[in-house]
Write a protein that binds this ligand. Structure first.
Ligand SMILES: Nc1ncnc2c1ncn2[C@@H]1O[C@H](COP(=O)(O)OP(=O)(O)OP(=O)(O)O)[C@@H](O)[C@H]1O
Ligand SMILES: [Mg+2]
Length: 262
């Protein structure tokens, strides 16, 4: 039976799709069978981030409308053996898709996968409610600024009205240099404000942009942070990535002054 986890946020552009793709890659590399569902109808781009857009023949809506079977629409990732994508349809808006269809699709995938991640649209509209209603647990992504935290607070309070097993946070685009200068909220601050447990801290990093958000270089800080996050999700309790680490000590202070000068 697959664990169904929705990756959501209040504010848009905080990194949900990037995180869904990389988390899927990490967890599939650990030997788990993973399906990623792009449930952001109309603004779907998980296929683009994963570099699979040219492989899309059928999508989820073709399954709903009987033009193909579930397995025909699933796309196997090129670089990760146990990873599959269920693409979405640009031409459909969230209101044109029924929640029952999505539930049936997930039931159809249930026995083939260990984890199913749903890449949710931003905000708290119909698309958000549909995705959450199909999930067993939720991860709220936020960035370290007040407007993102405020939106995440709203989302967490709505999520509490659903019968979810777990609600966790991921703090994305965290900068250790700014945290040490007390110019950015820390993971502890975010956890205290939202009264919700953090399951991952991911650094703001050029490598994410340079790799188009997917297949991060193994030497990157993000790769290490994702590895810890993936471990926490599968229950191995790996702890949180410390974004301040590389800015402490002698070398760290040089890095900090270089960053400040940029
Ligand atoms: N840790 C990071 N460091 C640097 N850039 C990042 C990081 N995380 C995400 N990004 C960049 O931020 C942009 C937005 O990311 P993404 O599309 O994943 O957000 P989203 O929450 O899915 O957006 P939407 O709400 O529109 O669906 C992308 O260009 C991505 O590469
Ligand atoms: Mg997205």
């Amino acid at each position: 039976m697959a664990k169904k986890i929705v990756i959501t946020s209040g504010k848009g552009g905080v990194g949900k799709t990037t995180i869904t793709a990389n988390l899927g890659a990490m967890i599939s590399d650990m030997g788990y069978r993973v399906a990623l569902i792009d449930i952001d109808f109309g603004l779907n781009n998980l296929d683009v981030v994963m570099g699979l857009n040219n492989y899309v023949t059928y999508d989820m809506c073709d399954v709903f409308e009987g033009r193909c079977r579930i397995k025909q629409a699933l796309i196997k990732d090129v670089k990760h053996n146990n990873l599959y994508l269920m693409p979405s349809d640009k031409m459909k808006s969230a209101s044109m898709v029924s929640g029952q269809n999505v539930k049936l699709l997930l039931e159809g995938l249930n026995s083939f996968f260990d984890y199913i991640f749903l890449d949710c649209p931003a905000g708290i509209d119909v698309g958000f409610h549909r995705a959450v209603a199909c999930a067993e647990s939720a991860i709220v992504v936020l960035t370290p600024n007040m407007s993102s935290i405020r939106d995440a607070d709203k989302v967490v309070s709505i999520l509490k009205s659903y019968k979810l097993d777990k609600i966790n946070l991921i703090l994305n685009r965290a900068r250790g240099d700014l945290m040490l200068r007390e110019q950015m909220i820390t993971p502890k601050d975010a956890e205290n404000i939202l009264k919700t447990e953090l399951i991952g801290v991911l650094p703001e990093e050029d490598d994410v942009f340079l790799s188009c958000g997917y297949c991060l270089p193994k030497k990157s800080q993000s790769y290490k942070a994702y590895k810890l996050l993936a471990g926490n999700i599968v229950g191995a309790k790996k702890g949180l990535f410390d974004v301040t680490d590389r800015y402490t000590g002698f070398l760290g202070s040089i890095r900090r002054s270089i960053k400040k000068g940029l």
